[in-house]
Design a protein around this ligand. Structure first.
Ligand SMILES: [Zn+2]
Length: 200
């Protein structure tokens, strides 16, 4: 594309001087040799370079500069339209994760690749902060590994499978809890084997 611009610059110069339309497509339009011949005939240098003078001092520039005319398109992406930041805000009901979309005040998705980049940098605290957005505490039965019910009124946790009250609060993402409940909805039993992360 960039090399195409250089050719377009020369074709544009010929077209403007002759008052005709030129095809500046690379490999398909008017050939460079033809454009050079036309420039020569019009009294210009064949390579499109011109002698230029310093607009402030009037001094002649020691080098010749490639000049021509071409289409110049304005980039429609403006900072104002793309600027996006959020601290806390709306979350999706099902996953409890931040919603998507700048217009709706959503979060910027940190995908799998960005995650790997942060892992490579060793930015573990930032990683934890990012992926804690849907954090939830579930109580796991120490004896049978099932999710215990949390009776918030009586402040009591009880395993519905083995009636044990030996439960541990475990931090998981809500999306993971959702997966477990989807599996249970298909009559699949999910169990946990709890281990202390400080023990070997
Ligand atoms: Zn149990």
């Amino acid at each position: 594309m960039t090399v195409g611009y250089l050719l377009e610059l020369m074709a544009g110069k010929v077209a403007a001087l002759k008052g005709i339309a030129e095809d500046a497509s690379a490999f398909a339009g008017t050939e460079l040799g033809t454009l050079e011949d036309n420039l020569r005939k019009l009294g210009f240098r064949y390579d499109g370079k011109e002698v230029m003078y310093n607009g402030v001092t009037g001094q002649k520039m020691p080098i010749k500069i490639y000049v021509g005319n071409m289409y110049y398109l304005k980039l429609v992406r403006m900072v104002k339209n793309l600027l996006h930041a959020r601290a806390s805000g709306k979350i999706a009901l099902l996953t409890r994760q931040p919603i998507e979309g700048r217009a709706r005040g959503g979060g910027l998705r940190l995908g799998e690749m960005e995650q790997q980049a942060l892992v490579a940098h060793g930015a573990s605290l930032l990683l934890k902060e990012r992926y804690d957005s849907d954090k939830v505490v579930v109580h796991i039965c120490e004896r049978c590994g099932n999710i215990a019910t949390d009776d918030k009124i009586r402040d009591r946790q009880l395993c519905p499978m083995c009636q044990s009250n030996l439960v541990e609060p475990i931090e998981v993402s809500y999306a993971f809890k959702l997966l477990l409940e989807e599996l249970q909805g298909m009559h699949l039993l999910t169990k946990f084997e709890l281990k202390n992360k400080y023990d070997q």
